[in-house]
Design a protein around this ligand. Structure first.
Ligand SMILES: C[S@@+](CC[C@H](N)C(=O)[O-])C[C@H]1O[C@@H](n2cnc3c(N)ncnc32)[C@H](O)[C@@H]1O
Length: 278
């Protein structure tokens, strides 16, 4: 779970170390088992899980956990409010605009985390799958996180998702309506996504579920570090001009960890004025 505040502190303390940068989060106690990884600027590296072992027992245990999680979530007040928000015309109108004449928008999930080890990633995945079940305008689901194990990949496939075999660094061009579901990702991934789509026609094809850009803006105004601001410049430019965001209501402590500061984002750049130069 990375909120804007946590992440800014993390990136201030991080140093490049050849390939990977390991960033220790502020709440080290809660996250001790799995340090966070930031990825170097390389494009489209092909990817496969590190462990290729097939473990049927582990798979069925994970599937069971997911089914329990899905049931709980589906009957929760949190999910009721989540659906009501999408049905509300202030949000629905944006989805309709992103779809324009297309019947469906593909869903691309980046940064889901380990659905086997942690509850928040499981809740986030279940929310995405339940959402697809409720709205026939959501198309196929593609998932990528470099931490996924072979077991997790096989379970994801069994749930009807496909796992990407390329690390796109979140730079997928939105050449058609696409919903990017990126719960609690590092800012660099949102920034990459916007940079790769910094064109009026592409931004209009894009709906995003992710951290609050307003919070990034607020924290940056306190931190005032030009390097941090530079690494989030597309986020800031979108937030300050044509981006709108709608907060997800977390309702209870149980959903807080998985969804706090999460928002729907939509981008409506004005055709006549072009995009801000970043
Ligand atoms: C802060 S964690 C959030 C995990 C989970 N969504 C949660 O809320 O607990 C960010 C996730 O982004 C993943 N990530 C890092 N680089 C990525 C990339 N290039 N594409 C997709 N996911 C990536 C990390 O492996 C990590 O699981």
């Amino acid at each position: 779970m990375v909120s804007a505040a946590t992440e800014i502190i993390a990136s201030e303390n991080s140093g490049l170390d050849g390939g990977w940068t390991v960033v220790l989060p502020r709440h080290a106690k809660r996250h001790r088992a799995r340090p966070k990884l930031l990825f170097p600027k390389q494009k489209n590296q092909s990817w496969a899980p590190n462990d290729l072992q097939i473990d049927v027992g582990r798979e069925s245990k994970l599937m069971q956990k997911i089914q329990i999680c899905m049931k709980q979530l589906e009957s929760s007040r949190f999910f009721e409010l989540f659906l009501a928000q999408i049905h509300d015309h202030t949000v629905l109108d944006h989805f309709v605009r992103v779809l324009h004449s297309e019947p469906k928008m593909e869903m691309v999930i980046y940064g889901i985390g380990s659905i086997e080890c942690f509850e928040s990633p499981r809740l986030q995945l279940c929310l995405a799958i339940l959402m697809k079940g409720k709205f026939d305008w959501i198309g196929d689901i593609k998932v990528f996180d470099p931490l996924l194990s072979a077991t997790e990949c096989r379970v994801l496939e069994a749930l009807g998702c496909s796992v990407l075999t390329v690390n796109e660094e979140a730079r997928r061009p939105a050449v058609k309506p696409t919903l990017f579901f990126m719960p609690h990702c590092e800012a660099v991934l949102y920034n990459n996504l916007l940079e790769a789509n910094w064109r009026v026609d592409r931004l209009r094809n894009l709906a995003l579920f992710g951290n609050s850009f307003g919070s990034y803006e607020q924290h940056l105004s306190l931190v005032k570090d030009p390097a941090v601001a530079d690494s989030r410049k597309y986020i800031l430019a979108a937030a300050q001009s044509f981006g709108v965001e709608f907060r997800i209501q977390t309702v209870s402590d149980y959903y807080f960890n998985a969804f706090h500061e999460s928002c729907w984002h939509f981008f409506s750049p004005d055709n006549g004025h072009g995009l801000p130069i970043v």
